[in-house]
Design a protein around this ligand. Structure first.
Ligand code: CMP
Length: 140
C-alpha cells in the first residue's frame, strides 16, 4: 500500500438511514477498488484516538458521541490519486456547500453527521488504514 489508497468510514447516521449500500455503490462507480471492508462499532477510546487531532475543538465531544452511537462501515479504497479523488466524491465537510453528485450532498444531514469520512493525506490514509485493519484483512 502506498500513495494510491485512502481510508473511509460510513458514519452511524448514514448507516441508520440505510445508505451504506448506496454509498458503497457510489464508491465503486467512482472507480475505487475496495481492498478492505468491515462493519464495526467504534469504542469511545478508539473514536477519541482516531479524532485526536480535533481534541479541544468545540465539536470534538459531540463528534466522539456521534461516532460511537452505532455501527460504521470502515473501508480501504484503492485508486490512483485516491485521497484527492475520494475527497472530491465526498464533497465538502458542510453538506450545505457540497456539490450535486457527491456523497455528502446526497446523504449528509449536518457538519457532524456528514455521511462519511475520508483521509486528508497519503500519510494519514496509511495511519488510518492500519488503525482499523490488520495486514491479513487487506487485499492489496
Ligand atoms: P471527518 O471527515 O470525519 O473528519 C473530522 C470530522 O469532524 C468531520 O468529518 C466532521 O464530522 C467533524 N467536523 C469538522 N468540522 C466541524 C464543525 N465545524 N462542526 C461540527 N463537526 C465538524
Amino acid at each position: 500500500m502506498s500513495g494510491n489508497i485512502t481510508f473511509t468510514m460510513i458514519k452511524p447516521q448514514a448507516m441508520r438511514n440505510g445508505a451504506g449500500g448506496a454509498i458503497l455503490k457510489m464508491i465503486q462507480d467512482g472507480g475505487f477498488e475496495i481492498i478492505a471492508l468491515k462493519l464495526k462499532r467504534l469504542s469511545k477510546n478508539a473514536a477519541e484516538e482516531f479524532y485526536g487531532i480535533h481534541k479541544g475543538k468545540p465539536f470534538y465531544d459531540k463528534l466522539v458521541d456521534f461516532m460511537t452511537s452505532g455501527p460504521i462501515i470502515a473501508a480501504i479504497l484503492k485508486k490512483s490519486n485516491a485521497v484527492e479523488d475520494y475527497r472530491r466524491l465526498l464533497g465538502t465537510t458542510d453538506p450545505e456547500t457540497a456539490e450535486e453528485g457527491t456523497i455528502r450532498k446526497a446523504f449528509a444531514t449536518d457538519m457532524t453527521m456528514n455521511a462519511a469520512h475520508g483521509s486528508d493525506s497519503d500519510e494519514n490514509a496509511l495511519i488510518e488504514a492500519k488503525f482499523h485493519f490488520t495486514e491479513e484483512e487487506i487485499f492489496d
